[in-house]
Design a protein around this ligand. Structure first.
Ligand code: GN1
Ligand code: MG
Length: 338
């Protein structure tokens, strides 16, 4: 790491790894000239780290000109002006640390409102930025039809013992296949727009701060999957991660509960920024957004479990199966809100 610190010209006082996210590795670095967040990009998943670098810099220069007060994770430059370092087969990039905290679980509706307002504001700030300028960092990332096919594929080529043990979950997910058709109809509709979309709007990707006794969302982080996309991705992942009282890691399914007030708060917070931009057809798909994302995440976790955890990895045996069962239960509870 010393080599990386040197390229940024940092005199480092302390550094430590932060355990957040399933994909990249993240470090907090305290230097004599300030605190930074340093990350290695997982290039087994993000095959083209330069595409991420391009996108964040494109948004960064647009916002610097058009909305200089908007709080954004601008990339830090090395001494020779690079924002992505390739070293020993790894890819590093850094941001100035923004004072604030992230949540892994919500405690109240206000946090859901604030998070949704931040994600809505992000897309809104970029509504005049041509989303097609962005490079595709993960092709077909939220393509539900493809995720469904990958799931069917894992039933053919995955681990047979795991398939046998998961029959109930498999038939449940197969029975929900109409979501795939609904998704196809949605994206093909002429009143549906592709906008600059975050694609990873889980609650831990918003920073919060206390301000005059109130808790305020201040900015969004983790921009690796910002690509052209549909608003159901962003609303959906908020539903997936904001409504439930436990995380996707919870194995005791009896503990899961969902909160309808938080659902309304998400809708209200997002519309604060996006009301004028969404078509009425899009607005009619708020509830579907949650079904779409929770279903897709259940498919992705189960597919990975059947494929021996090649995508997400697993710290314990069966971890992705636990996550899949958790998301299936969440989908059932979510549908009771309707
Ligand atoms: C991954 O690494 P992280 O936590 O930012 C995944 C998301 C999933 C999430 C589930 C690139 O995000 O799509 O929703 O795990 N990101 C990628 O926790 O696959
Ligand atoms: Mg992410």
């Amino acid at each position: 790491m010393q080599n990386i610190f040197k390229q940024y010209g940092w005199e480092v006082k302390a550094s430590s790894q932060l355990h957040q996210g399933l994909i990249n590795s993240t470090y907090a670095v305290a230097t004599l000239n300030g605190d930074y967040i340093l990350q290695t990009i997982n290039h087994h998943i993000f095959k083209d780290p330069f595409a991420i670098d391009f996108n964040i810099n494109a948004l960064s220069s647009y916002l610097t000109n058009q909305a200089p007060d908007y709080l954004f994770t601008h990339l830090e430059k090395t001494l020779d002006g690079k924002t992505l370092i390739e070293w020993e087969g790894k890819y590093f990039r850094a941001f100035k640390k923004i004072e604030g905290y992230a949540l892994s679980l919500l405690e109240n509706e206000n946090q859901a409102y604030e998070a949704a307002k931040q994600f809505g504001t992000f897309t809104h700030q970029l509504s005049n930025f041509d989303a097609n300028r962005l490079q595709i960092t993960l092709p077909d990332f939220h393509n539900l039809s493809l995720r469904y096919h990958q799931f069917l594929d894992s039933l053919q080529n995955g681990n047979q013992d795991r398939i046998n043990a998961a029959v109930t979950a498999i038939s449940f997910l197969k029975a929900q296949q109409p979501y795939v058709e609904k998704y196809e109809k949605f994206i093909q509709h002429s009143d549906v727009k592709r906008r600059v979309t975050h694609h990873d709007t889980k609650i831990s990707n918003v920073l919060f701060r206390q301000s005059n006794g109130a808790e305020k969302g201040i900015c969004v982080i983790d921009l690796d999957t910002v690509m052209p996309g549909y608003f159901i991705s962003d609303i959906g992942d908020m539903c997936r991660t904001c409504l439930c009282n436990v995380t996707e890691e919870e194995a005791n399914l009896d503990l899961l509960q969902v909160d309808t007030n938080k659902w309304s708060a998400i809708q209200k917070g997002y519309l604060f920024a996006m009301d004028a931009e969404l078509s009425s057809f899009e607005k009619d798909h708020f509830f579907f957004a949650g079904q779409f994302m929770i279903y897709m995440q259940a498919l992705r976790f189960l597919t990975d479990h059947l494929n021996m955890d090649i995508y997400y990895g697993a710290q314990k045996e069966g971890q992705n199966y636990v996550r899949a069962l958790n998301q299936i239960r969440l989908l059932e509870l979510y549908n009771q809100l309707a």
